[in-house]
Write a protein that binds this ligand. Structure first.
Ligand SMILES: [Zn+2]
Length: 102
């Protein structure tokens, strides 16, 4: 079985959303940067979003979006070759690692 591969599952906290599964909608981030105290009427809010190219009302635009990096799960899972894990952890003797290097 020369071409048999052993895989491990690597799981880590999503770096994009820090595990929450949600990210701040960038347009709302910009809104709060420009209006840190709020204080606009609903109509003024709608006008501001229209200026940014939005057709929906401000109240219809979500302030947070599902994280696209982890699909809202909060962590990333991926397959890693056992050989690479052993190399990373330096558990594979160097001559052997060189021997099986691709
Ligand atoms: Zn995420």
């Amino acid at each position: 079985m020369d071409n048999q591969r052993y895989l491990l599952i690597e799981q880590y906290l999503c770096p994009e959303c820090a595990g929450s599964g949600w990210i701040t909608n960038l347009i709302w981030q910009r809104y709060w940067e420009e209006h840190p105290d709020g204080g606009l009427t609903d109509e003024e809010d709608d006008a501001w979003f229209r200026e940014q190219g939005y057709t929906q009302r401000a109240s219809e635009i979500p302030e947070e979006l599902l994280c696209s990096e982890c699909d809202g799960i909060g962590s990333i899972r991926r397959e890693v070759e056992l050989r690479k894990v052993l190399q990373t952890l330096e558990l594979l003797p160097r001559p052997l690692a060189d021997l099986i290097e691709e």
